[in-house]
Ligand binder design. Structure first.
Ligand code: SF4
Length: 344
């Protein structure tokens, strides 16, 4: 039975090569075609002899995803709906900030999501399955090609903020980052941010595995009662346990930490909320990204008024907190934070 060549380890490929009496260096050539040059067709691996290509084709296959639909926002943001080999759909977004030469890919880690955050379009879908490392890698390759084609510039950043909770797909997440990084595309882990709802046990595991990428906590509310209201996962992972795990993560890795905080009108945008948030910024160096909310249908939250966001951010700054306010991007095509749900 044929197997997916992108699901095997390098050592397994080498064993296969040696078992077929082929010089060992050919394993590295094949590996480079797959992960450095992103080839998904054995016939395009030009420095391999025909009999080796035939042998590979007889024993392995490579799954590919196809572009199902692309939408372009007036602000340059591009949302791609991608069809996986088994027909499931996921989304990946290119967010260009041309004046800063910042080109970010927002990628998905699961088909759907099990965590049901109340403000999130993906949360209305069930979790279907995890993405494998190659399916995450392929999103980066595709968005990178879009960035080069549309803006003449490769990706500068990757954020795992698309569909799914990355830390619930832990092993495949770490593997994909190896292939996006030193093993393949060569993108530095310093340019990669993984966003999590805050699974304390898994954050500690990231620290123990000494990962090199940045971590963002989807915080969105700075006390347990409010957070549990919008993020049910907070019942098992309260803020105290999350703060302890982030502190542990920072002490071991010294990697950059940030809080994502969607501002909801009359829910989490008061000065009292800002004070609670400031208290959560004392345990380790952390930057707060305040994000404008994008209305999704069937959800009762509204976007905060601009003046409330300004006052909230000003108050945090006065308390010595590092803050940026992020304007929502790609809203007209529902590519903004919390809007990815395979619609239309
Ligand atoms: S915000 Fe993230 S974790 Fe929460 S439901 Fe949406 S995709 Fe899942």
């Amino acid at each position: 039975m044929k197997i997916d060549i992108r699901k095997i380890e390098y050592s397994e490929l080498e064993d296969f090569i040696l078992a077929n009496a082929i010089p060992k260096f050919k394993a590295q050539q094949i590996w480079d075609w797959i992960w450095k040059k992103s080839k998904t067709d054995f016939d395009e691996m030009h420095n391999l002899p025909k009999d080796l290509k035939d042998l590979l084709k007889a024993n392995f296959f490579i799954n590919v995803m196809t572009l199902d639909k692309i939408q372009k926002s007036t602000d340059g943001t591009m949302k791609s709906r991608l069809k996986l080999h088994d027909g499931h759909l996921i989304e990946a977004v290119l967010i260009p900030v041309t004046k800063d030469k910042r080109f970010t890919a927002c990628v998905s880690s699961q088909v759907g999501c099990s965590l049901s955050c109340k403000f999130c379009a993906t949360g209305t879908m069930d979790r279907v399955r995890n993405l494998d490392p190659a399916e995450i890698y392929d999103q980066v390759v595709m968005v990178n090609q879009q960035s080069i084609k549309s803006f003449g510039h490769p990706l500068t950043n990757i954020v795992f903020m698309g569909m799914g909770e990355p830390l619930l797909n832990y092993n495949n997440l770490l593997k994909s980052i190896e292939y996006i990084g030193a093993e393949g595309l060569g993108i530095s882990p310093k340019r990669i941010t993984v966003s999590t709802v805050g699974l304390s046990k898994m954050i500690r595991k990231l620290a123990d595995d000494n990962v090199k990428f940045n971590l963002a906590l989807s915080l969105h509310a700075a006390n347990d009662a409010k957070r549990s209201e919008i993020m049910p996962i907070n019942d098992q992972n309260d803020l105290e346990s999350i703060m302890e795990s982030l502190k542990y993560f920072y002490e071991i890795t010294k990697n950059r930490l940030s809080y994502e905080y969607i501002s909801f009108k009359d829910f989490n945008d008061s000065i009292e909320d800002a004070n609670s948030l400031a208290r959560l910024c004392r345990f380790f160096p952390v930057k707060v990204n305040i994000i404008e909310y994008n209305q999704i249908s069937g959800v009762n939250f509204e976007r905060s008024k601009a003046v409330s966001i300004d006052n909230f951010a000003k108050h945090l700054r006065e308390k010595g907190v590092m803050v940026t306010v992020r304007k929502s991007r790609g809203m007209d095509i529902e590519a903004a934070c919390g809007q990815l749900a395979n619609k239309g």
